[in-house]
Structures are given as structure tokens and as C-alpha cells.
Ligand binder design. Structure first.
Ligand SMILES: Nc1ncnc2c1ncn2[C@@H]1O[C@H](COP(=O)(O)OP(=O)(O)OP(=O)(O)O)[C@@H](O)[C@H]1O
Ligand SMILES: [Mg+2]
Length: 462
């Protein structure tokens, strides 16, 4: 193979340069350049002939599936976000803030898999064997099938995987391992890419399920190249309020199941326990009396509808530019809702600070929560209330119209099971006859405000 010259490529955006650059002029990422050799056309042909694979394409109908492609982790919330269990030979990335519980959930998963007779290798690149043993004792994990290997070198890890032949490998974490093939230190973009490549190769060629822990940056995205998320089969984020005991696992990408699926856990000294009825958790701190600035929305997280309380506070600003502070909802979405409230309802918020908070520390990303956010803001601004037994469902368009949402039946059934009596829903959503809840269909934001504000307070609406 005749190597003619080399070029430097940004692993984040693919920008090419003749020499090494510390910062990418295209995407602004640091330390993302890696050297790639270019070969002459003659050299490429020679290489292709040398490694040519004689395997033939197979007809789809002739492909035989193995008996067991999915393995249950025995943790039903974890199975749910995986789309029904771990797929053999898949690569799963679990990322989250420091101390959120990544090692805990994967050690628990490893322990459960061992109980079903699987052999698990836990590669600890961050902690010693005794630290893992201490955690395992605290979590009540005790198995002859669970192997702990404190190691950071990928080549040694690969050798041990080949020798032990485990069913599942847990790598804690991808930022702490390094490959000797790459001259940079562990955690750099090129090291992460190389180590992930090696793990992916192990997973696919040996049909071993690999669970990888990943760190996140200060901004909350996975540390390392974007390509890491493309390479793996499933990306799961560990979210939650560090100051509260519950945690959420959310699938952001899944080649074998639904995305945005949420699994809810509570952190205890003996590990993460599944929360079977999350609505109780999110609504139990709610005041039973209706208060201005509060609305209950039914947000569809993956395949599960969740009832969450949106709270808003509106007050005269002491600053030249009013503040908009949002926790758990997208700030630009709130800006859009505020613009619609000003233009279509005539609510003047230009001199008002607006704070919007999703109770329970969950992130609500669905547009179906728009109407709930708008009503929380509007009721606080006008000092009126939404009936505490009412749930609000609907997406708001720029002209104040309410757009239909998906899975309305599931959402309404969830509201019924949590004891709600009334639902405000989009006009064009059809409600099946068996659903036993008072439904008010609204076409415009103005109709929703008139429909759900309590009559006793409605006079204050003005
Ligand atoms: N004895 C204990 N009782 C209750 N909770 C505990 C106890 N020990 C640890 N924890 C919980 O476990 C969390 C740490 O879990 P874990 O080490 O799995 O996190 P991690 O995400 O792997 O962290 P890192 O990013 O540092 O590796 C702590 O933040 C705490 O909430
Ligand atoms: Mg850890």
C-alpha cells in the first residue's frame, strides 16, 4: 500500500485540514482532530484484494434468528427503556452526571443477569476491585458469575474478554479506558472513538452485549465525539435531581425499541429501586387546593403517559429586561407560548418576569404540554385557578389554535386512574366512547382559558 500523504480530520464535524489544529474552525470543538492516512488508488486496490471477504449476501427470508435475541435484565423499568430487554450483541451507552448512579444501575443489572445464569464481566476503569466489592455488598449482589476487572488498557480488556467469554460486558467508563494504538491520553476524542470501535467489534463479532458508561459535559451532552452516539445501538441518559432521591433513565436512541422511553427509579442505600407508579411520585407534593399558576399536563414519555404538574410564577420585573427562567421545559418553547399569550389573548407580559417549573425534576419535551404551560402562566398572571381535578392536553399553534396530540386514549386513561375528573383536550382529537372522564374540547387558546378556569375565580379574569 503506497501512503502518499496524511490529512487531519475533525471527528465532530468532518472538517479537513492539512495539519493539526487544536480547535476546529468549523464546529469549535477542541482536541477533535485526528490524523488519517491517504493511500494511492493502486494501494487501495491492493488492500481490497488482500482483505476481500468471500461471504455472499443472504436473502432476508433465509436469515435464521437465534432462539434468544432479547434477555430480560429482571429490572422491568430498565427493560422498558431497552425496548423489552437487552439485545444480544448490542452496544448500549448509559450516560449521566457525576454521582447520579450510573455504576450502581449497571452493577445491579449485572447482578440480576448473573442470577439468570449469565456470565458478566465488569470492567472498572475508575474504581478498584475493593470499591466495587463494597458497592456490591451494599446492593446485596453476591454471585459466582460476576467478574470484576479493574483495567484501563483496551488491549488487555480484549484479551480477557476472549479468555473469559462472558455473555455481558460492562465498561465503566469509556472516558477512562485507552488503546495503545492511539498516542493520545484516555478521554480524548480519538481515544474514545478507538475504544468504542474495539468494543463494538467485540459485541458484533462475539455476540456479547456490551454496556458502556459515558460521562457528560457541563452542558449535559455526552463527552467525546458525536460519532460515539452514532456508533452505539442504544443511548440512555440518566437524569434526575441530584438533591432528590429519584432518577430517570431516558432512551435517546434505540435501534431495537422506542425512543424517549422513561424508566423511573428511586435511590436508596441498597441501590436503585423501580418506581411502579410514577404519577404518585410526581403529584404527591401537590396541594389539593387549586392554586394560581398550576396546571396538570399528561405528557407522553415514550410509550408511557406521565402526569406532571407545571408551575408558573409571574411578577413585575425590577430589571430593564424581564427574566424568563425555565426548569424542565425548553426556554424557547416558553418564549413562543408567551408570544401567543400576548398576541392572541392580550396578556401583557413585557414588564413581567416569568418562571416556569416542572415539578418532580422531570424534563417535559413534548409539545402536548404547551397548553398546560400557557394556562399555568395565564392563571398566575390573572390570579385565577385551574380546577385541581382537571388535566390539560394540547399543542399550541402560533395563531392560538390547539393542535391534536397522539395517544389521547392512553393519556385520558392515565388521568382517570390517577383520579382526575375533567380533561381539556384539542377539538380534533376523537375520544373513544368507553373513556369515563368529562372531556372539554377546545379549538383555540382563548376557549381553553374560558373553559377550565374555576367559575368562582372566573370573574377576576377580566
Ligand atoms: N450508602 C448510600 N446510601 C444511599 N445512597 C448512596 C449511598 N452510597 C452512594 N449512594 C448514592 O449513589 C450515588 C453514587 O452512585 P454511583 O457511584 O453509581 O454514581 P456514578 O454515576 O457512577 O458516579 P461517577 O460518575 O462518579 O462514577 C450517590 O450520589 C448517592 O446518591
Ligand atoms: Mg461510576
Amino acid at each position: 500500500m503506497a501512503k502518499v500523504k496524511s490529512k487531519w480530520v475533525c471527528l465532530e464535524c468532518g472538517y479537513e485540514s492539512a495539519g493539526y489544529l487544536g480547535k476546529c474552525p468549523e464546529c469549535g470543538s477542541w482536541g477533535s482532530f485526528t490524523e488519517e492516512a491517504q493511500f494511492s488508488a493502486k494501494g487501495v486496490n491492493a488492500a481490497q484484494n488482500e482483505f476481500i471477504n468471500r461471504e455472499k449476501p443472504e436473502c432476508l427470508n433465509n436469515i435464521q434468528l437465534g432462539e434468544e435475541i432479547r434477555v430480560s435484565t429482571n429490572i422491568s423499568e430498565f427493560d422498558r427503556i431497552l425496548g423489552g430487554g437487552l439485545v444480544l450483541g448490542s452496544l448500549v451507552l448509559v450516560a449521566g452526571d457525576p454521582g447520579i448512579g450510573k455504576s450502581t444501575i449497571l452493577l445491579q443489572t449485572g447482578g440480576e443477569l448473573c442470577r439468570t445464569g449469565k456470565r458478566v464481566l465488569y470492567i472498572s476503569a475508575e474504581e478498584s476491585s475493593s470499591q466495587i466489592k463494597l458497592r456490591a455488598d451494599r446492593l446485596g449482589i453476591n454471585s459466582d458469575n460476576l467478574y470484576i476487572y479493574p483495567q484501563t488498557c483496551m488491549e488487555s480488556i480484549k484479551a480477557q474478554i476472549e479468555e473469559l467469554a462472558p455473555d455481558v460486558v460492562i465498561a465503566d467508563s469509556i472516558q477512562a479506558v485507552y488503546s495503545q494504538a492511539v498516542p493520545s491520553s484516555a478521554g480524548t476524542v480519538s481515544q474514545i472513538r478507538e475504544c468504542c470501535n474495539l468494543l463494538m467489534h467485540i459485541a458484533k463479532t462475539k455476540n456479547i452485549t456490551v454496556l458502556v458508561i459515558g460521562h457528560v459535559t457541563k452542558e449535559g451532552s455526552i463527552a467525546g465525539p458525536k460519532i460515539l452516539e452514532h456508533m452505539v445501538d442504544t443511548v440512555i441518559y440518566f437524569e434526575g435531581d441530584k438533591y432528590k432521591s429519584y432518577r430517570m433513565l431516558r432512551s435517546m436512541k434505540n435501534r431495537f425499541g422506542n425512543t424517549s422511553e422513561v424508566g423511573i427509579f428511586e435511590m436508596h442505600s441498597d441501590g436503585l429501586r423501580e418506581v411502579k407508579n410514577p404519577n404518585e411520585l410526581f403529584l404527591n407534593e401537590r396541594s389539593q387546593d387549586a392554586i394560581p399558576g398550576s396546571a396538570i399536563v399528561v405528557s407522553n414519555e415514550g410509550t408511557r403517559p406521565l402526569l406532571v404538574e407545571i408551575q408558573a410564577l409571574v411578577g413585575t420585573t425590577p430589571y430593564p429586561a424581564p427574566r424568563r427562567v425555565c426548569n424542565g421545559v425548553d426556554t424557547s418553547r416558553v418564549h413562543q407560548i408567551l408570544a401567543v399569550l400576548e398576541k392572541r389573548i392580550g396578556l401583557n407580559l413585557s414588564k413581567q418576569d416569568v418562571y416556569v417549573n416542572v415539578m418532580g425534576g422531570i424534563d417535559v419535551t413534548e409539545p402536548a404540554a404547551d397548553l398546560g404551560i400557557a394556562l399555568a402562566i395565564a392563571t398566575c398572571a390573572r390570579d385565577v385557578v385551574v380546577d385541581s381535578q382537571t388535566v390539560i392536553i394540547g399543542e399550541i399553534g402560533l395563531s392560538g389554535e390547539i393542535h391534536p396530540v397522539n395517544n389521547i386514549e392512553k393519556r385520558l386513561n392515565e388521568a382517570i386512574s390517577s383520579g382526575f375528573k375533567k380533561a381539556i383536550i384539542p377539538y380534533s382529537n376523537n375520544v373513544p366512547s368507553g373513556v369515563k372522564i368529562e372531556v372539554i374540547k377546545v379549538q383555540r387558546l382563548f376557549d381553553a382559558i374560558s373553559a377550565c378556569v374555576c367559575p368562582a375565580s372566573a370573574g377576576a379574569e377580566g
